[in-house]
Design a protein around this ligand. Structure first.
Ligand SMILES: [Zn+2]
Length: 411
C-alpha cells in the first residue's frame, strides 16, 4: 500500500457581491489573527490558541492557525509575514457536494464565522475528476484546505489522500488488455483475448444501461411536472435523489469492472481517450449529448481511481471508429439496430455481432498494436461523417445552453 496525496484545485465561480464580501471578511479576520499570534511570538498551540480564540473565525480556521503559527515561529523562523497568506481550514471544515444535474456540478461549503458557512459553486480542475469522484464516494480523504484570491478570482486548494496498491513490474507488452466500452444499450461492456488470442466471454452491464435510462427519464418527466407547479424545492430534492441512484449504479458497475480486471493475469484496463472521443451515436437532443458526455467522464473517473487502488494500470487509445470497424477484418460496418453490428465484407467470417462487444474488442486490440497514448495521434479525416465532438461535461458551451434545453426528455 502506498499513500497518494494530491492538491485538488477548485475555482469559485463568480461569487456575488454579498459572498465576495463575506470571503474578504474571512480573509481579513484571518490575517489579523495570524499577524497578532505571530507578533506575540506564539511558539506552541496553546499560546496561539489564547490569541486566535478572540477572533470571529470558524473553529476550522482557528485550529489551522493554532497548528500553523508555531510552525512559522519555530521551524521556518520567518522574519515577517507577507500579507497574502491563504486562509487555512483544518479537514472537515470543507464539504463537497455534487449535483450532476446542474450546469455547475460541484459545490463547496466554506466556513465563515463560528456557526456560519457559505455554499458556493466551484469549477474543479477537469484533470482531477477521478480524485473528486474518490473524495465524493469517501474513497479519498480530505485534509487541510486553503482559500485565496488571485487577480479577483477566488480559489480553493484542498489536500486529498488515498491508499493505492503498487502496480507489478510487468512490462506493457506482457499485459493483457481489457477493452472497456461505454455505451447506451449496455452501460459498460468489457472483453479481452486469452493467451491464444481467442475472445473470452465478455461481460455486459445491459440492465444497468436500462436502469440509468429510466432514471433519467423519470427525472426529466417529474422535474418538468414539478416546475410547472412551481415546486422548485421538491424538484431539487427529488433530482438529488434520482442522481444519487444513478451514481450508485455507476459505482457498483465500475467496481465490478475492476473486479473483472482482477480476475485476469497482468491486466491493463483500456479506455477510449476522452479528449479525442467523438459522438458515435445518434443523439438529436443537446441535453442527451451532455448527459452522455457526463456519464462517460464519470464512469471513466471512477474506473481509473478504483483500478489504481487495486494496482491495475489504465491506458487510453484513440477512439476513432472503435464502434464502426469490424474487429475481425477492420472493414467499416453499420448498425441495423442499436445492439447489432453488421460487417459488409463478404470475405469476412463475421456477419453480425453484438455491437458493444465489437467495440470493446477493438479498444483492447488497439492497445496490442501499440495505438495507446493516443494523444500523440492527430485527428483523422473522419470528422465530417462522424459529426461533432463529444466532449466531457466541462463543455462550457453545453453549460451555457443548458437553460434552454432543460426539461428536454433524455430517454
Ligand atoms: Zn469483418
Amino acid at each position: 500500500m502506498t499513500e497518494l496525496t494530491k492538491t485538488l484545485e477548485l475555482k469559485l465561480i463568480e461569487p456575488n457581491a454579498h459572498k465576495r464580501r463575506k470571503l474578504r471578511e474571512t480573509r481579513e479576520t484571518y490575517q489579523h489573527a495570524l499577524q497578532d499570534a505571530f507578533d506575540q511570538n506564539c511558539t506552541t498551540q496553546t499560546e496561539a490558541n489564547d490569541v486566535v480564540v478572540t477572533y470571529d473565525l470558524s473553529g476550522y480556521a482557528k485550529n489551522a492557525l493554532k497548528k500553523y503559527v508555531p510552525q512559522l515561529t519555530t521551524t521556518y523562523n520567518a522574519g515577517d509575514l507577507h500579507d497574502d497568506h491563504p486562509v487555512r481550514f483544518t479537514n472537515e471544515g470543507l464539504r463537497l457536494d455534487h449535483k450532476p444535474e446542474n450546469a455547475v456540478e460541484w459545490y463547496v461549503k466554506i466556513p465563515h464565522h463560528e456557526d456560519y458557512h457559505l455554499w458556493m459553486p466551484a469549477q474543479p480542475n477537469p484533470e482531477q475528476r477521478e480524485w473528486l469522484e474518490a473524495v465524493n464516494a469517501g474513497d479519498a480523504e480530505m485534509g487541510e484546505s486553503r482559500l485565496f484570491e488571485r487577480e479577483g478570482t477566488w480559489f480553493l486548494h484542498v489536500t486529498a489522500t488515498r491508499d493505492v496498491e503498487e502496480c507489478s513490474g510487468v512490462s506493457a507488452e506482457e499485459r493483457t488488455p481489457i477493452g472497456v466500452d461505454i455505451g447506451e444499450a449496455s452501460l459498460v461492456t468489457v472483453c479481452h483475448r486469452d493467451d491464444h488470442g481467442s475472445l473470452t466471454a465478455p461481460e455486459l452491464w445491459a440492465d444497468e444501461g436500462k436502469t440509468v435510462r429510466q432514471l433519467r427519464k423519470t427525472y426529466f418527466t417529474a422535474k418538468r411536472r414539478l416546475q410547472t407547479r412551481g415546486s422548485e424545492r421538491i424538484a431539487e430534492s427529488f433530482g438529488d435523489d434520482v442522481w444519487n441512484q444513478i451514481d450508485d449504479v455507476f459505482h457498483r458497475v465500475t467496481r465490478e469492472v475492476v473486479e473483472y480486471a482482477e480476475s485476469v493475469k497482468n491486466p491493463v484496463l483500456v479506455l477510449e481517450d476522452l479528449t479525442y472521443i467523438r459522438e458515435s451515436m445518434d443523439y438529436g437532443e443537446f441535453m442527451n449529448r451532455r448527459l452522455h458526455g457526463w456519464g462517460f467522464a464519470k464512469l471513466h473517473a471512477q474506473i481509473r481511481y478504483k483500478a489504481v487502488e487495486k494496482g491495475i494500470p489504465v491506458d487510453t487509445v484513440n477512439p476513432r471508429n472503435t464502434s464502426k470497424e469490424c474487429h475481425a477484418c477492420g472493414e467499416v460496418g453499420y448498425r441495423p439496430r442499436q445492439a447489432t453490428f453488421t460487417c459488409p465484407n463478404d470475405a469476412c467470417w463475421m456477419d453480425e455481432y453484438q455491437a458493444d462487444v465489437n467495440g470493446a474488442i477493438n479498444i483492447a486490440d488497439r492497445y496490442l498494436i501499440g495505438e495507446s497514448h493516443s494523444r500523440e495521434h492527430t485527428d483523422g479525416d473522419d470528422s465530417a461523417e462522424d459529426g461533432g465532438r463529444l466532449t466531457a461535461p466541462q463543455d462550457t458551451q453545453a453549460d451555457a445552453t443548458r437553460q434552454e434545453t432543460l426539461g428536454t426528455d433524455a430517454s
